[in-house]
Design a binder for this molecule. Structure first.
Ligand SMILES: Nc1ncnc2c1ncn2[C@@H]1O[C@H](COP(=O)(O)OP(=O)(O)OP(=O)(O)O)[C@@H](O)[C@H]1O
Length: 700
């Protein structure tokens, strides 16, 4: 491991130019742990053992209400299984004392027999039977616990998966993009936290029963019990854990980040590009190069690296403390040889190792209790992330606005940058214009000029940072988001196919009618996807990307042919062409029109993969179906739309540079006219080329 170092932010900056920018107020300290940088608040770094223990305790106290809720929720999931499992866990705690007791008894009766030269057979048999009963009961209890655990585990995992799914689905775009609200919560942590807490309670019960039992024994007593506890207490005091500490961890090690990027290129989504580009060899050699550059700087998790930062002195002290019980009975035997026998020494050894084990396990479990508390908190916090886009209260459409017309949109001095974006310039800069209700608008402009960003503001995927966006005369933020969304339909280049049936892929445009096959087929025809649906033997019930669960392991081509055949026959992902995907997504938008509530249609370059006829037909159908609504088309191939456009907005570098009808803008001979002429020229050249090719064919 690279030597861990703790330094204050200022000195870090002076010594290492690659260090992160740090808080000028010296609010935190940066720790370099392998490839990781861990930032800890200064008050936590500077605290000694007492303050660290206090922090641990405070974190546990603070997390208590949420842990109580956690147990209540699990109890509600299955009261019987919950109670049974908790009882079985507690039994594990008592089990160790029972075993101590019966072993103790067996040793004593054997020793009496050996000393007197006449073994008490019936007492030995009784002790053996007691031990047999004890281990049998334990075996049954363990079996019952292992039988119940997976059932409860599944219920807990699925419950928290549903909880996290809902939490993630509710996030808006800026919040989802925001690093600080990105949650580490995982549903699997709920079960491990529950198990850890049960285990810790079991250890506690076990420890108290052992302490009570051992301190009652004549050969041991309270002093011996205390001596045994020294080592585990020392381990607890010197234990380092990040779990209960507020911190930020990240890596800026260039070699490590390079390794991560190259490793991700093994994913199937890059397969085609990697084969076509023949770059597999390059990736492997770059990987080796990055690995060499990383050298021996370790890349295990920051949490485990933080935990192993002990010194040899800590280890030596712990080992010495572990030898104290032996020292105790050795000295006791010297001071009072008459009260000691071989069996009492063996029993003391047994007590000592049993207590030591229980205490070590208890402290180990309690160190995980901190982690479990944090995980439970993180889990519940994931459901409480506040969206950055605040919902409005006003009903949309407003009762005082004419319903049959489309949505009116007005921008007043709007500027916008993507949260966390890396660009030097804002995506939109000081934009003002008004789109009257029911207009057909075409937005044109070069790549990156801000056309799609405008659509994202109209649909309130993001909020403007400067200026105002008005819908029907009032700021967009005043309307209820759900109402606004219900009144909008979008068809963009970003839409994806869901891993569901084709019927659902289309039907979810109008979720209430997702089972209405007639409506779905109508939407499919409008989107140009009807022929595609007929191609599949399962028709609309086809799932293009079924969830894959099948895997084969250690199958030999010849010996396990039957098994391999089963694997081959299982369902696979079906690819459709880019144009076919766009037709299915377009069908979903036509399904959305069937809600009859749409007042704004935003179409953003949805036809890049469609053939020219497909694109022409799609735009025509959208235009006809959208009549009476405000329609906004973003497209690079705008030739056949401009004659219908009430307004054309021409964008460049985040600004509106021209605005008007086709005729106005052509007369101006500016950016729009130049874009139009390039297209017109391309069409003319294509026509000439087609004519040149078709002529000899026609004459032959
Ligand atoms: N999610 C994002 N995060 C950060 N920057 C973004 C994001 N999306 C777009 N941008 C940037 O905002 C600017 C405007 O992008 P936008 O997608 O609106 O352009 P566009 O005119 O639609 O381009 P195209 O014609 O290529 O689709 C670009 O500089 C782009 O890099």
């Amino acid at each position: 491991m690279g030597a861990p170092s703790e330094k204050t932010p200022k000195s870090t900056n002076e010594k290492d130019p690659s260090s992160p920018s740090v808080d000028e107020t010296d609010a935190f300290t940066t720790l370099n742990l392998g490839v990781w940088r861990v930032l800890l608040p200064n008050e936590i770094v500077s605290g000694g053992i007492i303050s660290t223990t206090k922090q641990k305790w405070n974190s546990i106290v603070l997390a208590y209400p949420v842990v109580r809720k956690f147990f209540h929720d699990i109890y509600q999931l299955s009261p019987h299984l919950f109670v049974l499992l908790v009882l079985l866990k507690l039994w594990e705690g008592v089990e160790s004392v029972l075993l101590l007791y019966v072993s103790d008894r067996l040793l004593r009766v054997i020793e009496v027999g050996l000393t007197e030269g006449r073994p008490d057979v019936s007492a030995i048999i009784q002790a053996l039977v007691a031990r047999l009963i004890c281990v049998t009961v334990n075996a049954v209890m363990n079996w019952a616990r292992d039988y119940i655990s997976p059932i409860l585990e599944d219920r807990i995992r699925l419950h928290f998966k549903a909880y996290l799914l809902q939490a993630r689905l509710c996030l808006d775009m800026p919040t989802a993009d925001d690093n600080s609200s990105r949650s580490q919560a995982r549903a699997g942590d709920a079960w491990s936290a529950f198990e850890n807490l049960c285990e810790a309670s079991m250890r506690l019960v076990g420890l108290f029963s052992q302490l009570a039992f051992i301190s009652q024994q004549r050969s041991a007593g309270p002093l011996f019990t205390l001596v045994v506890m020294v080592r585990p207490l020392l381990t607890l005091a010197s234990e380092r854990t990040l779990w209960l500490k507020p911190h930020v961890a990240y890596s800026d090690n260039a070699a490590y980040l390079r390794l991560q990027s190259l490793e991700s290129m093994g994913q199937s989504r890059f397969k085609g590009d990697i084969i076509a580009g023949d770059i597999a060899g390059w990736i492997t050699s770059e990987y080796h190069r990055a690995r060499d550059a990383l050298g021996d700087v370790v890349s295990q998790s920051a949490w485990s690296l933080y935990g192993v930062q002990t010194t040899p002195i800590d280890r030596i002290l712990a080992e010495w403390a572990g030898a104290l019980p032996t020292l105790y009975w050795a000295i006791s035997a010297m001071l009072a040889p008459a009260s000691f026998s071989m069996s009492s020494i063996a029993i003391l050894q047994q007590y000592s190792s049993s207590l030591n084990y229980s205490l070590n396990m208890l402290f180990w479990d309690f160190s995980r209790v901190g982690k479990s508390f944090t995980e439970i908190k993180v889990l519940y916090e994931a459901g409480e992330v506040k969206n950055q886009i605040i919902d409005g209260e006003l009903e949309y459409p407003r009762p005082d606005v004419e319903k049959s017309k489309g949505m009116e949109i007005e921008l007043r001095n709007v500027s916008f940058s993507y949260p966390g974006g890396k660009s030097k310039e804002a995506a939109l800069q000081d934009i003002s214009f008004r789109i009257p209700a029911g207009s057909l608008v075409v937005i044109v402009g070069a790549n990156g000029s801000g056309k799609s960003t405008l659509i994202k503001l109209f649909t309130r995927m993001y909020d403007t940072q400067q200026g105002t966006l008005l819908i029907d005369g009032l700021p967009i933020s005043e309307y209820r988001l759900a109402d606004l969304r219900r009144a909008q339909a979008t068809l963009t280049q970003d839409h994806k196919l869901y891993p569901l049936t084709l019927a659902e892929n289309i039907g979810l445009g109008y979720a209430e009618h997702v089972k209405d096959n007639e409506m779905i087929m109508e939407a499919a025809r409008d989107g140009g996807a009807a022929e595609l649906l007929e191609k599949f033997k399962d028709g609309v019930e086809t799932t293009l990307e079924p969830t894959m669960t099948a895997f084969g392991y250690q199958l030999d081509d010849d010996k396990h042919k039957a098994l391999k055949d089963v694997l081959t026959k299982l369902e696979k992902t079906t690819e459709v062409s880019g144009g076919e995907k766009q037709r299915l997504v377009a069908a979903r938008t036509f399904m959305r029109f069937k809600t009859k509530k749409i007042k704004l249609l935003c179409v953003d370059e949805p036809s890049s993969a469609l053939d020219p006829r497909g694109e022409f037909e799609l735009f025509e159908r959208l235009r006809q179906t959208g009549e009476g609504k405000t329609m906004i088309f973003v497209t690079h191939r705008f030739g056949h739309l401009t004659k219908y456009a009430d307004v054309i907005i021409c964008m460049k570098e985040g600004k509106v540079i021209e605005l008007g009808t086709h005729k106005d803008l052509m007369a101006r001979e500016g950016e729009y006219a130049s874009l139009y002429n390039v297209q017109a020229q391309a069409f003319t050249e294509a026509e000439v080329a087609t004519a040149a090719v078709s002529e000899p064919v026609a004459s032959s």
